[in-house]
Design a protein around this ligand. Structure first.
Ligand code: ADP
Length: 247
């Protein structure tokens, strides 16, 4: 328990530090991008100057995506939670994941009957599941199976699991896996921001998250999200029939 507490306060301290930096850098990048857009109107297309401008815009966009991941970790990203029907979300992700992950892995997504809807930002939930699936794929260079499941959890939550049959993690890796910039992947392959983003998003959404893993035993990442109340779920993405509200 003492180790758990030390870990939680370390994560909180890292969140404060990176969140502050990410916020300021993000503001600066916004100024950079706006000014580059203004310059774009002044520069003739196809010239070396236009190419230089294009390179600068690309770098600014790369920086913005990095700060977005850090803001997610620091739980300082703006979220738009709504009722998300889990079954419908899984139906949408199934073909996309099969395409993204390639042929060497087989991926299944299954929601138990009665899983219902969660109250969460749909875009962030989608990207969290994609991040976890990509990590699972990366842990299985020889191929394997990824099982993504959801079902009713304790205390009005929905419980998710992303399980792989990959190489697993030793305890010292599992203990640091949620930290931003922690990666065991070769330079240029991993940023160490994937699990940090997932961690920040889940905790900011009033959920919980943990890792079960051992070398050679595969990895299961489990997380919970609050169930959407019946009222909220009335407008869920997968609800049959006419939708309420403005569209
Ligand atoms: P990245 O994928 O860029 O390295 P992450 O934050 O997503 O960053 O993951 C951090 C580290 O945690 C990985 O480098 C890897 O060592 C470990 N890890 C994450 N997911 C898994 C998994 N499913 N199986 C084994 N190791 C994993």
């Amino acid at each position: 328990a003492a180790a758990q507490l030390a870990h939680a306060s370390r994560i909180a301290a890292l969140g404060q530090l990176t969140g502050g930096i990410a916020h300021d850098v993000n503001n600066m990048l916004t100024v950079v991008s706006l000014n580059l857009d203004l310059l774009a109107d002044e520069i003739a297309p196809g010239t070396p100057a236009a190419e230089a401008l294009q390179a600068a815009r690309k770098a600014a966009a790369g920086g913005a995506s990095l700060t977005a991941q850090l803001l997610a970790f620091a739980r300082r990203q703006p979220l738009s939670p709504k009722a998300v029907d889990v079954e419908a979300l899984f139906d949408e992700l199934r073909p996309m994941l099969a395409r993204t992950l390639g042929r060497s892995v087989s991926v299944t997504l299954e929601a138990e009957p009665g899983t219902g809807a969660v109250q969460a930002d749909p875009a962030q939930l989608r990207s969290a599941l994609v991040n976890l699936a990509i990590n699972a794929r990366d842990a299985m260079p020889e191929g394997g199976t990824i099982r993504i499941t959801a079902g009713p959890g304790a205390e009005g939550a929905v419980a998710f699991a992303v399980a792989d049959t990959g190489q697993g993690m030793p305890p010292e890796v599992a203990a640091r896996a949620f930290e931003p910039f922690f990666t065991t992947k070769p330079a240029g392959k991993g940023t160490g921001l994937g699990l940090a983003q997932v961690y920040g998003f889940i905790t900011q959404s009033n959920g919980t998250i943990g890792i079960e893993s051992a070398p050679g035993q595969g990895t299961t990442v489990r997380f919970t999200l609050p169930r959407a109340t019946a009222e909220e779920a009335g407008g869920a993405n997968g609800a049959a029939g006419p939708r309420r509200g403005a569209h």
